[in-house]
Design a protein around this ligand. Sequence first.
Ligand code: IMP
Length: 434
Amino acid sequence: MSNMVIVGAQWGDEGKGKMVDLLCDRFDVVARYQGGHNAGHTVRIGDRQFVMHLIPTGILHPDKECVIGNGVVIDPEYLLNEISQLEALGISLRGRLFISTRAHLILAYHRAIEVATERALGDKKIGTTFRGIGPCYEDKAARSGVRVCDLFHPEVLRERIFENVKTKNALLTTLYQAEPLDAQAILDQVMALVEKLKPYATDTAAWLAGAMKAGKRILFEGAQAIMLDLDHGTYPFVTSSSAGAGGACTGTGVPPTRIDGVIGVAKAYATRVGGGPFPTEIKTPLGEQIRQRGGEYGASTGRPRRCGWFDVPAARYAGRINGIDALAITKIDVLDTLEEIPICSGYRYRNSDLKEMPCESSVLENVEPVYRVFPGWQSPTLGLTSREALPQKAQDYLLALSELTEMEIAMISTGPERNQTILLHEAKIFGLMV
Ligand code: IMP
């Protein structure tokens, strides 16, 4: 038996979807624990590309069961669309997809509030995905949210929606000079979806406990990443959930004592989408070159991602907060053409070395990255499947990443396809995946 968490070790978009897809075979259940359809997990299988936003990528494997845990926020209309799209591809979900009755619902007023607040922030905006994620988590914390279980109690649902719309309308019309919303229209819209959602609604914490009792192995699929985690990320430029490995427990109801390992996924460089500090950002045309080579555009919003060099202080921080047992390094092939590849090995701030990740975004904005420059290998690595096949300089680069971050590298992704991967079977983490 083994249960593992896959977590983003940078600012998101590290290639977690591919890693989940790849490791799925060793597990029985894939469970998502936070975020919503702000995430975008891209998986390429042959000539087919799947971008999943809400449903775990494990659903692409017919023998796997998938859970959307209580920590996830669900836009019901979006979810049903994703279900229909998968069904249209011949993928059956009934009896394989379980949605927590404790998960909170994203409703039209969440999106309206997000649009209004981001607009009001002007230059200081977070650069959110406009999916209603933050406002939905706000309501959860304010104890005014609407949960999946409320769908099956029409009176409760009506009362909650009307109460919420009253408050949101006051905000929208007075503070933000926006149009008010129609509570009845929102209620009708949701009620029309209830019967379609019913077959999936489950007490997933109880279901997962049963699955574990039956000896099933669970892979927890994180969305976003530790640097976007509400508590541990670059606050306030974060998402509103616990994207770190700890979120796997609160977001599914599986206790910490049942987690056996954590895999951190990081690109061989770094990207960030949206606002906020990004110390290693490349502001020269080289940044654009990497964006083009890496196809660095947001899977959810299509926004260009900011590109930067591998950031060791951020990765070490990710290692510590998440308890990462092994790293999966992705997109090494994107660096194939470069003459030199800097790695940020530390930060300096006001003439001294920073020992820890600063908690103020204003400090992180102004740190001076200290770089160690490695020679590029300037030969193709796309699709290579063994470490020995990698050019020596690429092996040296990876060794430096491992030594500087003090984490073992267990997987190297050399392209978007499942089989374009190097698995280092001697890594300790594979011993845990039994
Ligand atoms: P929100 O999650 O839409 O509230 O956005 C908050 C911040 O997280 C913004 O900077 C987004 O660009 C970022 N973000 C949210 N989801 C993802 C993701 O899946 N990948 C990368 N960044 C994300």
